[in-house]
Write a protein that binds this ligand. Sequence first.
Ligand code: HPA
Length: 255
Amino acid sequence: MPLAIDLAIIGGTGLYKLAAMESVETLEGDTVFGTPSAPVRVGLIAGRRVAFMARHGEGHSVPPHQVNYRANLRRLVDLGVKRVLAINAVGGITPACGPRVIAVPDQIIDYTWGRISTICEEPGTPVLHVDFGEPYTPSLRAAVLRAAVDAGVQVLDGGCYGATQGPRLETRAEIARMRRDGCDLVGMTGMPEAGLAREMELDYACLALVANWAAGCGVEALGAPAPEITLDEVLANVEAATADLPRLLEALLSQ
Ligand code: HPA
């Protein structure tokens, strides 16, 4: 019997495979909730079995509002996964969350709409009201923070992730409202993924890679709002932030 999978990583924009993974095998398969965004790649990091899935598909063809979050997570559950580290590209709202910062958020506000956000959709399935006061699993968050210290990777402990519908970026007024609401970060894929993970009883934490200042933000750092957001900027900053990822994952899996 193969070793159990120790950790699954769901990669977001700019992260479509894990360079640090060795002996990779590809597992294709569907679920009761349909087809996941991509096959699962399973390989070794620090001698532990790790699964990787590209949230938007390996060619980034699935927009945030059309990701089948239920199928993605269910596929991992079907493979025996118990804990998931979600990697999400985000915009930074508050001054500590500038481009290239890696944050481990501890709260979420959900602004998405029209996404299937429960595994209890189908008639006859019992309704779940899971506790979601702590949307990220505290023990997995703590393990990630410990790994960052061990690996010498600077991460920001905490922050509120505001999940928007996309796929367009936000207006300055929308971001100003989110800042008043208490959001530090903005991204399009944090929900319903985190809620579904809780329903599926997965340990779940997020590593948010800040790709740009959100609309109208960065005044404290730059003296003026950051200029228009470009895809090149987003990808360059995500690439820079992911440079530390292999060390952090090795430390996490060596615990
Ligand atoms: N807004 C929403 N999602 C994002 C952003 C943003 O500014 N940057 C990267 N993902």
